[in-house]
Design a protein around this ligand. Structure first.
Ligand code: ATP
Ligand code: ZN
Length: 289
């Protein structure tokens, strides 16, 4: 089955053509500018192929309620030019194929669940710590979705007593994203995360917040695997520090399904979890499971 996949990110769009087995045969990417300009590039690329369906893993918030009049829209996005943009309708009208639509992190969770770190398990959580913080989950083999998609990046956490930083979230200031996203690290410490590798206090504090969030996710969802991706997680020293803090915080209240270094892991599909997941969203959109 020839399927199109779109990873619609706040800074770049990745478009791919592949199949339901997660094989990608063609790919292209362009910067996210205006909907008019970016979507023209997307449509021109896909017009060269005969596709069965397209799946989109998008930055959000997005409307994924099929009963809603604005189903398939990017809604209150901080990217102002993309607010109220009808993503699904635009693609359907231009390409005349079924379109699957979910958040970027839900697509990544789906990709890792089918072909990556959570292969063979019926639940997993995929978290990105990047420009924003978000998470998607597969629970009982299905993408987690209630009245809308989860917004797990905006948890309120216990602040570290030595952290005076006000926080960067425009909605909540010092929520998880406000305290621990890449831009929050940069503003708090005055340098980009990639330039702070040699400062252990940066990553101790970062791990303190990530471990707290993971504790909540584990208590609420009990996923069989947790996958931590996104630019900030390139700092691999975060992993052992998160394990130690999480173990201390949970205080043996529950037992993990596997040793922590196999329970909380980087993506197996590297940078491709999202784009492979979008191919699967495309497959689901044409009725195949
Ligand atoms: N090696 C690194 N160490 C620490 N922080 C990093 C590193 N590389 C990138 N970052 C930070 O991660 C953030 C970018 O995250 P990421 O690369 O996951 O992009 P993104 O959030 O997915 O972007 P998009 O909006 O396009 O989806 C930036 O704030 C950047 O400073
Ligand atoms: Zn917030």
């Amino acid at each position: 089955m020839v399927i199109g996949g779109i990873e619609a990110g706040g800074t770049k769009f990745i478009c791919a053509v592949g199949d339901e087995h997660g094989n990608v045969t063609e790919r292209i990417q362009f910067p996210t500018t205006t909907p008019g300009e970016t979507m023209k590039q997307v449509i021109d690329f896909f017009k060269k192929f005969t596709l069965k369906a397209i799946g989109v893993g998008s930055f959000g918030p997005i409307d994924i309620n099929p009963a809603s009049p604005t189903y398939g829209y990017i809604t209150t996005s901080p990217k102002k030019k993309w607010r109220n943009f009808p993503m699904v309708r635009t693609l359907q009208e231009a390409l005349s194929v079924p379109v699957g639509f979910h958040t970027d992190v839900n697509a990544a969770a789906l990709g890792e669940s089918a072909f990556g770190a959570a292969k063979g398990l019926d639940s997993c959580l995929y978290i990105t710590v990047g420009t924003g913080i978000g998470a998607g989950a597969v629970i009982s083999g299905k993408l987690l979705q209630g009245f809308s998609h989860p917004e797990m990046g905006h948890l309120l956490l216990r602040r570290h007593p030595d952290d005076p930083y006000t926080g960067k979230c425009p909605y909540h200031a010092d929520c998880f994203e406000g305290l621990a996203s890449g831009p929050a690290i940069e503003e708090r410490w005055g340098k980009k995360g990639s330039e702070l590798a040699g400062n252990p206090e940066v990553w101790e504090l970062e791990a303190y917040y990530i471990a707290q969030a993971l504790m909540h996710y584990i208590l609420i969802l009990a996923p069989q695997k947790i996958i931590l991706g996104g630019g900030v997680m390139n700092q691999k020293q975060l992993f052992p520090s998160i394990y130690a803090k999480l173990e201390k915080m949970l205080n043996q209240y529950l037992s993990f399904p596997s040793p922590l270094n196999r329970y909380i892991v980087p993506p197996d599909l590297g940078e491709d979890s999202g784009i492979i997941g979008s191919l699967l969203l495309g497959k689901q959109a044409c009725g195949a499971n």
